[in-house]
Design a protein around this ligand. Structure first.
Ligand code: ZN
Length: 484
């Protein structure tokens, strides 16, 4: 540890006062003390006492003194004289440290600091020993690239301070911090003495990634073990929510396969995931493949092998909630709250509070508000005849209000326990001409098939994607043998 040069003579100390303070600041950074301003001599003493009692058992009063920058109108020697006089320990420590390091030259400092909760960039820099003015210059340099207010707690900064021209103090020469896995913001002192800043960006490369997941227990955990990022798993579930009743149909031993885009740093670190281009779920030996395809008119969508769009089907999602478990179907049941047999006019999906709820099909929000025993309730009109309703929500997605147009699969709200409800779940209803019907009885007859040129291209497209999957997936030969 680098110890301070604390001179016993008050007058010679005065000349070194400011660099000395900065030096100490660095040494005690780990204690996270932030005392930069004091209003007068007596306040200084009070602060020192408080620190000595409560805070830094391992540091001497002389060290603590170094945290305090002189307040306006109060000179440094005045603070020192006062405190050495009032605190005998400080005096002793001062003379001890003076002996071995009074003449040691200032060394450059390389350090990493972390932004604390509620701290500004300027405050962090000042804590690290950068002067107020210099910290201001760094903030200015940083703001050419990002809004310094967006720097969050936990952000790490690498700093380098070198002896300044006079040799009596340290000045910032370099500061850098990784904004995200791709971008590093660097501030450096140029030859002219000014701080210059630049954003270094790593190139990202796109890669097709394939994975095969055998479901064993939780679908998410199984996918995680197979190296599938959560976002991709969530999107696989959402894609198949149009055709698969997830919690009812998926059993252990079932599997899904997925081919998706991922974006990587040169070091191979995943930056973000892109689109799923192919996914296949195998339930009880039955395969449901889906392919992403762009039609002639420019719309991208997912299609079954026979060229049917899953989205434009006009059909309803079977599970309009992310990973919900069907707990109560449509029909007569004993009402869990009221205790008598009652017609259940919808289906219930148990899911934790906050689980996203999807619009079961394209439509317009008809109602989004409290509605008697339904609690927070949304009703969507999909056509002049068909509607869906969602009850017991904890809250609505932003922008969801009567008149809002929604897309199938769009998040409209979140699972809750509002209204007459015994636990967090989604109560989901399908309405035909305003009357609740069993969702399973609703059949859609919309022509959503690819035709002509599109269909030709689609057939070639799915052949290519199939090959690409085989080339990319680990141990696919085994998988194919196993499923044959
Ligand atoms: Zn219900």
């Amino acid at each position: 540890m680098n110890r301070i040069n604390l001179l016993t003579s008050v007058s010679s100390f005065a000349a070194r006062y400011v660099p000395l303070l900065r030096d100490r600041h660095l040494l005690t950074k780990n204690n996270h003390l932030r005392l930069r301003y004091v209003v007068g001599g007596s306040a200084v003493f009070a602060v020192l006492l408080g620190m000595g009692l409560g805070h830094v058992a391992s540091t001497t009063p002389a060290k603590q003194l170094a945290h305090i920058e002189p307040a306006a109108g109060l000179t440094a020697p005045a603070i020192l004289a006062q405190d050495l006089r009032r605190d005998p320990l400080a005096k002793e420590s001062a003379s001890l440290t003076a002996q071995n390091e009074a003449t040691a030259p200032l060394q450059p400092k390389v350090l990493q600091v972390k932004v604390g909760k509620g701290e500004t960039l300027s405050e962090v820099l000042e804590d690290a020993g950068v002067s107020l003015e210099e910290a201001g210059n760094v903030v200015k340099a940083v703001s050419r690239h990002i809004n310094p207010r967006q720097i969050r707690a936990g952000q790490k900064l690498d700093l380098r301070l070198d002896p300044d021209k006079s040799g009596s103090g340290l000045a910032l020469t370099q500061a850098s911090f990784a904004i995200d896995p791709l971008r590093t913001l660097r501030v450096e002192r140029g030859n002219n003495g000014d701080l210059q800043s630049r954003m270094d960006e790593k190139p990202i490369t796109a890669r097709r990634q394939a994975a095969r997941v055998i479901i064993d227990g939780s679908l998410y955990m199984s996918a995680d073990k197979a190296g599938v990022p959560d976002r991709i798993t969530a999107n696989v579930i959402r894609l198949f929510s149009y055709t698969v009743d997830f919690q009812r149909d998926v059993k252990n031993g079932d599997k899904f396969e997925v081919l998706f885009d991922s974006y990587l740093t040169p070091e191979g670190e995943l930056v973000k995931t892109g689109d799923i281009v192919f996914a296949r779920i195998v339930l009880g030996g039955k395969e449901y493949p889906l392919y992403r395809f762009k039609t002639k008119d420019g719309t991208e969508d997912y299609f079954t092998p026979d060229g049917r769009s899953i989205r434009k089907s006009g059909g309803l999602m079977k599970t309009p909630v992310a990973f919900g478990r069907l707990t109560s179907g449509f029909g007569m049941r004993n009402h869990p709250v009221l205790g008598y047999t009652k017609m259940h006019k919808g289906v219930d999906f148990a899911a934790p509070i906050g689980t996203p709820v999807y619009a079961a099909a394209d439509g317009v929000i008809e109602k989004a508000g409290r509605f008697s025993s339904y609690g927070n309730y949304i009703r969507i009109r999909h056509s002049s005849k068909l509607g869906t309703a969602y009850g017991h929500l904890s809250r609505y997605a932003s922008g969801i209000r009567p008149g809002t147009r929604v897309k199938q699969g769009q998040v409209i709200g979140y699972v809750g326990n509002t209204g007459r409800s015994t636990g967090p779940h989604l109560h989901y209803e399908v309405l035909v001409n305003g009357v609740q019907v069993n969702p399973r009885s609703v059949k859609m007859t919309v022509d959503n098939r690819l035709k002509g040129d599109d269909l030709q291209r689609f057939r070639e497209h799915i052949r290519r994607l199939g090959q690409e999957y085989v080339q990319n997936v680990p141990s696919v030969t085994v998988a194919r043998n196993a499923s044959n």
